[in-house]
Design a protein around this ligand. Structure first.
Ligand code: KG4
Ligand code: ZN
Length: 362
């Protein structure tokens, strides 16, 4: 009976140009519920448990899961009432199926499945990382025929070649070890900064000299180009910062914290932007979309803008509130799928903590 209803809804959906899509995100520490119509954002409600993790210096999955459980229904109700939308009006439900933390993902997927069952609306279990690129449509309009997406956050650093955000995403490369934000947070801890260290390093770096210390640029040597032209590695850089700090401390010297922050941030921004511009060149692409929480980083933003302008590349970065985890990115991706006529997910899909980028939806 359920599958008949799904089939009916799906055939009806093929005719919907501007679908009303409910998006649910719960892969890490943000509970996000949003509504989009076509690619117009109606509401983006977010509840965050970040403060509950601060004293542990990292996300505690059990605490995040419980926070999602507590926040899910109030956040859903807030989204629906703010947009003055009744659940029955929604054309489809999209939810993050991975990658992310198993417990938190399970809360969002269970909520979305319950809503799908109760309303008979089709459900799309989608890839969170691709959502970070998809959200840019809500801000800057339709995507060009082909573009490069750089998704950088505390959990991911990936380069994607996209010809259709709903169906045609190819992963060119990703980090082999730490994500960009993760490296910032680890260096932040090393320098005694509060968690998450990323924004603190950004602030300090603005006061320092980016050329004071020459830190290594991972996977940029000529010998790495054959196998890892599009991949990143930040753990060697993090170790280099740790060694440099140790040596200074052992010599009883004061730490030039602003210069360390500026030189470290410059190394990360240099690698990310140089590889992105080279990838555009090699793939004949002239638009770059940057997404993910780390795209708040001012050193990355400045260097990306400068290098893209020099190379004649159009750079699209959504405002920061859409770069961090939220429901809007998931609703935007779900809406693209409905519009492209992609078949909904079967209701028995599971969560996938390490969902590969070859899977746009389950
Ligand atoms: O996307 P996001 O909110 O969560 C994940 O999916 O990981 O990204 C958070 C990450 C954290 O590592 C945080 O330190 C980093 O992005 N971050 C920054 C800045 N703002 C956030 N890193 C450097 N500079 C910033 N301004
Ligand atoms: Zn994310």
């Amino acid at each position: 009976m359920i599958s008949d209803e799904f089939a009916r809804n799906h055939s009806r959906l093929s005719a919907v140009n501007e679908p009303l899509v409910l998006g649910i995100e719960s892969s890490c520490d943000e509970t996000g519920v949003a509504l989009v119509r076509g690619q117009e954002l109606l509401v983006d409600a977010v509840a965050s448990s970040v403060d509950e993790h601060a004293r542990f210096g990292g996300i505690i999955p059990e605490i995040a899961s419980r926070a999602h459980l507590e926040a899910m229904i109030p956040t859903l109700e807030r989204a629906l009432s703010t947009a003055d939308v009744d659940l029955g009006e929604v054309d489809a439900i999209a939810v993050t199926a991975g990658p992310g933390l198993i417990g938190p993902l399970t809360v969002g997927v269970s909520a979305a499945k319950a809503l799908s069952l109760a309303t008979g609306k089709p459900i799309y279990g989608v890839n969170h990382v691709i959502g970070h690129a998809a959200v840019d449509q809500l801000v800057h309009g339709d995507f060009p025929d082909e573009f490069l997406a750089l998704v950088v956050s505390g959990g991911h650093s990936s380069m994607l070649l996209v010809d259709d955000i709903a169906t045609g995403v190819r992963e060119l490369g990703s980090t082999l070890d730490d994500a960009a934000g993760e490296a910032f947070d680890k260096v932040g801890r090393l320098l005694g900064l509060p968690y998450p260290g990323g924004p603190h390093i950004d602030r300090l770096a603005r006061e320092g000299d980016p050329e004071a210390i020459r830190f290594p640029r991972g996977l940029t040597a000529a010998k790495d180009q054959a196998a890892h032209a599009y991949d990143f590695s930040f753990s060697g850089l993090k170790t280099a910062v740790a060694r440099w700090v140790e040596t200074q401390r052992a010599a009883g010297k004061e730490l030039p914290i602003e210069d360390i922050a500026a030189s470290f941030a410059a190394a990360v921004a240099d690698v990310l932007t140089a590889k992105t511009i080279a990838a555009c060149d090699r793939n004949g692409v002239d638009t770059v979309v940057i997404g993910g929480g780390f795209s708040a980083n001012s050193q990355l933003r400045e260097m990306a803008q400068q290098r893209c302008t020099e190379a004649g590349i159009t750079l699209r970065i959504p405002p920061i509130k859409y770069c961090t985890d939220n429901g809007a990115m998931i609703a935007a991706l779900g809406s693209s799928m409905v519009t492209a006529g992609v078949a909904p997910s079967a209701l028995d899909f599971g969560v996938d903590s390490s969902m590969p980028l070859s899977i746009t939806h389950v």
